[in-house]
Design a protein around this ligand. Structure first.
Ligand code: ADP
Length: 470
């Protein structure tokens, strides 16, 4: 049962069942009540007309009030216990009564409250007749030709009760039968309505990491499902992109790490073949140290990218910081490298600019670009750095007089592990620019490049200036 209620089908059917039961019960109760009231109203109107006829037949004979004999009072009223009765009490002692009543002193004792019809000053109530059957009574007190007269007109309601009883059992049977029919209907409707959802789930089940490029068929007949399929396919697009990227990273990383590990192993193998001079060991250890430093750089870069991808740096970590301080940090950190190649770093303009960001990460992004400007520069070359605010954007440009980038390479330099052929003899991981790009984008900024092969390269970073609304 719990399993059934946990399913969508079960819930729809249960709600359908409960609401139908509620609705049918209300309708049945109202119908019964309405019919009952209509029957009693018709009966009361009949009693009222009969009272008027009987009142019309009252007349005075000498000093005595009498009821004129007519067909009306001799017909149905003449048969004992016929179910049609009248009784007239004059001045509380004299009684005229219909032969159908059998006893002169028969009393119409109320067994329900009397309901007064104000308009005609008539009282209506239920009582028991001479047959012990249920009767409806109309009682009217009046003064007629100087006499106090109390008139009772009564009709048996046994026939009406039978009709009401039939209606009662009919409605009692209608509710479960209708429920059953509605239930079958609801089951059929939910089953057919949920079929496309089952098909959808089947299609989703067939998608795994092996066929992430597969997409779900759009179901245009059901708008909700169309929207769901659309969102699902969008999610698959995103997953596919990330998955492909992950695969690329894993294969590139293993490829990149394989070379230094092979270098280290070969040097160890060759050196250990025989006993050598101490200088040879020192030389081997130096090579191993240098190679492992490169490996360390690669692993650190991969870790940084993986952390950025996982959303470790989100807007909650950002504060008001000064971009000019990040530039100064990066210049300081790259000084040793620049000095080795006698490269002059010129700070053209350095405006004090605040941005909403992470100081450490922005310094790292700028450092990656300055280090490239040094690495891919000639000895005695120069680098020019400007930081200005243009149209509410912090605009940082880093230009070098280096080798420049070939136009064919330009569109790939922000791709992970991409290195142009012209720099293959320089140490590098191909991850410096992707890291700089990811950091800039997390800060809602962008990075672009202009280069002329053989003359130099300029990187431009634009970041929104800090404003209180951040
Ligand atoms: P790495 O420098 O470790 O190779 P990057 O991602 O930092 O990796 O740079 C990617 C490629 O872009 C470099 O291999 C190089 O070909 C090119 N590049 C980047 N900056 C410069 C620059 N200032 N001058 C010339 N080429 C550059």
């Amino acid at each position: 049962m719990k399993l059934f209620l946990n399913s969508l089908k079960g819930r729809v059917i249960s709600w359908y069942f409960i609401s139908t039961l509620f609705l049918l019960t209300i309708i049945s109760l109202l119908t019964y009540q309405e019919v009952k009231e209509a029957i009693y109203q018709t009966m009361d109107e009949t009693l009222h007309s009969k009272l008027q006829i009987i009142t019309g037949l009252l007349h005075k004979e000498g000093n005595v009030l009498e009821l004129e004999l007519s067909e009306t009072v001799s017909g149905e009223y003449s048969i004992p216990r016929s179910g049609h009765y009248y009784k007239i009490v004059i001045n509380k002692n004299e009684t005229i009564f219909s032969p159908s009543l059998v006893f002169r002193n028969f009393r119409f004792i109320p067994n329900t409250n009397k309901i007064l019809n104000n308009e005609n000053k008539e009282n209506f109530y239920f009582s028991k007749g001479p047959n012990n059957d249920f009767i409806r009574v109309l009682q009217k007190d009046m003064v007629f030709m100087g006499n106090t007269v109390q008139i009772f007109i009564a009709e048996s309601i046994e026939e009406n009760l039978k009709v009401l009883k039939k209606l009662y059992f009919f409605l009692l049977a209608v509710v479960p039968v209708s429920l059953l029919i509605f239930g079958i209907f609801a089951f059929y409707i939910t089953k057919t309505s949920l079929k496309p959802l089952e098909k959808f789930s089947e299609e989703v089940n067939n998608i795994s990491h092996k066929n992430l490029s597969k997409r779900l068929n759009l179901n245009e007949q059901i708008s909700e499902l169309e929207q769901l399929t659309f969102s699902f396919n969008n999610m698959l697009d995103r997953l596919d992109r990330v998955f492909t990227l992950e695969k690329l990273i894993v294969s590139e990383a293993s490829h990149q790490l394989k070379t230094p590990v092979t270098v280290i192993k070969s040097y160890c193998d060759v050196t250990l073949l025989k006993k050598r001079e101490i200088e040879k060991y020192i030389e081997t250890l130096k090579i191993i140290k240098e190679t492992s430093e490169n490996m360390n750089q690669l692993i650190n870069n991969m870790l940084t990218l993986a952390r950025l991808d996982s959303g470790i740096l989100n807007r909650e970590h950002l504060r008001k910081i000064y971009l000019n301080e990040c530039v100064e940090n990066a210049i300081l950190l790259s000084k040793t490298l620049a000095d080795k190649k006698q490269i002059n770093i010129k700070l053209d303009t350095l405006e004090k600019v605040s941005v909403f960001g992470d100081k450490e990460k922005l310094s790292e992004a700028i450092l990656n670009i300055i280090e490239n400007a040094i690495k891919y520069n000639h000895n005695n070359g120069s680098i020019e750095i400007k930081l200005k605010v243009i149209n509410n954007l912090a605009c940082l440009t880093i230009s070098d007089t280096g080798m420049g980038i070939k136009p064919d390479d330009l569109k790939y330099i922000f791709d992970r592990f991409y290195r142009s052929d012209s720099v293959k003899n320089e140490e590098g991981t191909g991850l410096g620019l992707p890291i700089a790009k990811a950091i800039t984008e997390i800060h809602q900024g962008n990075i672009s490049v202009k280069s002329e092969f053989g003359k130099g390269t300029t990187f431009i970073i634009n970041l929104p200036v800090f404003n209180e609304k951040f």
